[in-house]
Design a protein around this ligand. Structure first.
Ligand code: DGT
Ligand code: MG
Ligand code: MG
Ligand code: MG
Ligand code: MG
Length: 261
């Protein structure tokens, strides 16, 4: 049946289609979270409740788009979702993909808030922006993920030093000035000598960020006939905290970026 005479307006629509045969990374990032975390008294520099909430939101996104998301990496107020390079999601229409991811992430953040902050009312609705970037080679994708994990490490080391100095009585300007000339090694030393903190013993979630992917896990089931328990290895969606810059993780989990999966 012919549409209305107004239907021609559809011809003005333009779709940006994500490049064929490339890995797609969708990164969502909290809007003005420097303010949001202050308004909600997040612990500085890392609030485990906030990071756990981010992970739960990301898990929901991964489950919702389980056919296409093969890996996710989160740190601070951001999460990167890797879509398989042959994904047909929304015919690879960029706008549909990024808006679906960011809105689903944000709605889950609100929906799940009270589970992670039971004693704290949400003072305003948070927003998350999103972008999609195409990476033509697996090396490019690995470098992207390494870039985010290195960013997590650099920021975390800096922020830990910064807040320890401020807590110890330095002004914010003094702390900034003091740290401006330091290298990574100097910061490690400062933490150890002045505050007795061995940076390597800080929680991996803070130092390495969070990874969501299918990993091999033991699953025990009771055989209905014999009543005997059987353990089988299955790939299950999990949050893990580990290094993804080196080759070890990728060698142990070749299925994740396996182009056929
Ligand atoms: P944007 O993304 O341009 O709208 O602006 P922001 O303010 O969200 O900036 P961004 O995304 O570069 O930085 C994230 C902010 O969130 C940064 O100020 C640190 C803060 N943040 C993230 N996680 C935590 C946490 O666990 N504890 C605290 N205290 N702050 C956190
Ligand atoms: Mg941003
Ligand atoms: Mg942000
Ligand atoms: Mg951010
Ligand atoms: Mg619709």
């Amino acid at each position: 049946m012919a549409g209305s005479r107004y239907e021609y307006v559809k011809n003005f629509e333009r779709d940006e289609v994500l490049l064929h045969n490339c890995w797609v990374v969708v990164r969502v990032d909290g809007r003005a979270f420097h303010q949001f975390v202050d308004e909600h008294d997040f612990i500085k520099p890392n609030d485990k409740r906030g990071l756990d909430l981010m992970n739960e939101c990301a898990l929901e996104v991964c489950k919702n788009f389980s056919d296409c998301v093969v890996f996710a990496y989160g740190e601070s107020d951001e999460y990167s979702f890797v879509l398989s390079r042959d994904t047909k999601l929304f015919n690879r229409r960029q706008a549909k993909i990024i808006t679906s991811f960011s809105s689903l992430f944000a709605s889950n953040y609100v929906f799940l808030w009270s589970r992670f902050f039971p004693d704290k009312a949400l003072k305003r609705p948070p927003a998350f922006d999103a972008r999609a970037v195409c990476y033509p080679t697996t090396e490019n994708l690995r470098d992207y993920l390494s870039w985010r994990q290195a960013d997590c490490h650099i920021n975390n080391l800096y922020n830990l030093c910064y807040w320890k100095l401020v807590e110890s009585g330095k002004s914010r300007t003094e702390a900034e000035k003091l740290l401006s000339t330091t290298l990574s090694q100097d910061k490690n030393e400062l933490l150890f000598k002045q505050f007795g903190i061995n940076y390597a013993h800080e929680p991996e979630m803070f130092r390495k960020g969070s990874i969501i992917c299918k990993v091999w896990a033991d699953e025990t089931k009771k055989d209905e006939k014999t009543g005997q328990e059987k353990t089988r290895k299955k790939r299950r969606l999990r949050v893990v905290y580990c290094d993804i810059i080196g080759d070890k993780f990728w060698k142990e989990n070749p299925e994740i970026l396996n182009e056929e999966s």
